[in-house]
Design a protein around this ligand. Structure first.
Ligand code: SAM
Ligand code: SF4
Length: 375
């Protein structure tokens, strides 16, 4: 079992909060496409004869790629790999790019899951973030995908935006639920270095929401969606049963994946690889592949810390027996010891041999995860 991730590194314009790798020079798109096919051919052996369970087109804005090109990439993958019959094939889409023709054709090409960058149902937010689309187009694009036959649609939302009230957030969540979609990824705004938002924050022109409001928005998010048939299965992810993101779950389960395109990461079961975030270098990939890829062999400590980090973010938690079996008895004992104060303060819930973050714990997940890491 394995996954394939494709990073499409172009956006029409850059959103002011985002530090994902992408450039706006779309004229390089054709050269990128050729380089991508080249990289796939060059690196396919990394996954051996594993069956491909998930394919994920992320970015950047992969919905800027034409549907036939998406189809060609899937076809090329199918030439080299056995794609599972029920494989999950996702594309991240910007509402502004969505037309009925595009949606229908994506469906015909085998894409069966959509992740739409809705972000907000308020136009003043969308303008503040420098999003391309408006609220109505966001809603319309969901309808378009549904009419084209998609029954696995996820939307991205951002909360904790400056001046965002709890009442506005509640209206946003109600709207999201009424759209009858299967999955919601909701992220608290983070001020990433080298973004317009972080510059504005430093200049005092954007004021982050206070901690109390962040806490209230997170609680409302989790409780409201849980009351409306969504399972809160990861800190930022909510899905109907059977509609969780299989691609992301496989990352968390250490299932190998091949990441193609600039800034993409890969994992072969033992080593982690990451591609340079540099489109100019990438389109010259045929010259020297080694120039764009960094490899790191994971140590037992890396595997353990990764297990803690991904496990604690999910509602499956971490398993003390698993730690005993895959790491050591001593490690299991010390993990429980470090978790005890958090169990007492109700940040962690202990269920038999499992340690699971409570909602209160999710809010300080970074601190708890760091405390449980192997140093
Ligand atoms: C690669 S982008 C999504 C795809 C597509 N490019 C789009 O924007 O429509 C992944 C998601 O991460 C979230 N995100 C990115 N930067 C963020 C930040 N600084 N704070 C909170 N959420 C962020 C946004 O919700 C975004 O849709
Ligand atoms: S959020 Fe999406 S569209 Fe906006 S800059 Fe980031 S990758 Fe591009």
């Amino acid at each position: 079992m394995a996954g394939i991730y494709i990073h499409y590194p172009f956006c029409k314009s850059r959103c002011y909060y985002c530090d994902f790798y992408s450039v706006t020079e779309e004229k390089l798109s054709e050269a990128f496409f050729q380089a991508l096919l080249f990289e796939l051919n060059l690196r396919k052996s990394m996954l051996g004869d594993a069956v491909i369970e998930t394919i994920y087109f992320g970015g950047g804005t992969p919905s800027l790629l034409s549907a036939p090109k998406i189809g060609l990439i899937i076809e090329e993958i199918a030439k080299h790999f056995n794609i599972a019959d029920h494989a999950e094939i996702t594309i991240e889409a910007n509402p502004d790019d969505v037309t009925s023709g595009y949606a229908r054709r994506l469906h015909e090409e085998g894409v069966n899951r959509i992740s739409l960058g809705i972000q907000s149902f308020y136009n003043y937010h969308l303008r503040l973030m420098n999003r391309r689309h408006k609220v109505l187009k966001g809603i319309k694009s969901i309808e378009i995908f549904k009419s084209a036959g998609f029954d696995n649609i996820s939307i991205d939302l951002i909360y904790g935006l400056p001046e965002f009230t709890l009442a506005e957030w509640k209206k946003t969540l109600k709207k999201a639920v009424n759209l009858d979609i299967q999955h919601i990824s909701a992220y608290h705004l983070t001020y990433e270095d080298n973004t317009v938002f972080s510059t504005l924050k430093k200049k005092g022109l954007l004021k982050p929401v206070d901690e109390e409001l962040s806490y209230q928005q997170f609680m409302l998010l989790s409780e409201f969606l849980e009351a409306n048939n969504f399972v809160h299965y990861e800190i930022s992810n909510f899905g109907h049963l059977g509609r969780f993101s299989r691609h992301n779950i496989n990352y968390w389960k250490n299932i190998p994946y091949l990441g193609l395109g600039p800034s993409a990461h890969s994992f072969d079961g033992k080593n982690r690889y990451w591609n340079d975030s540099n489109i100019s270098k990438y389109i010259r990939i045929d010259k020297k592949i080694g120039d764009i890829i960094t490899k790191e062999e994971l140590s037992a400590k890396d595997f353990f810390n990764e297990y803690i980090m991904t496990g604690l973010r999910t509602y499956w938690g971490i398993d003390i027996d698993y730690i005993k079996e895959h790491f050591s008895e001593q490690q299991a004992i010390s993990t429980e010891r470090f978790a005890t104060p958090y169990i007492d303060s109700e940040h962690i819930r202990k269920e038999r041999n499992k340690l699971i973050l409570t909602k209160k714990g999710m809010l300080i997940s970074y601190k708890i995860i760091a405390d449980l890491f192997m140093s």
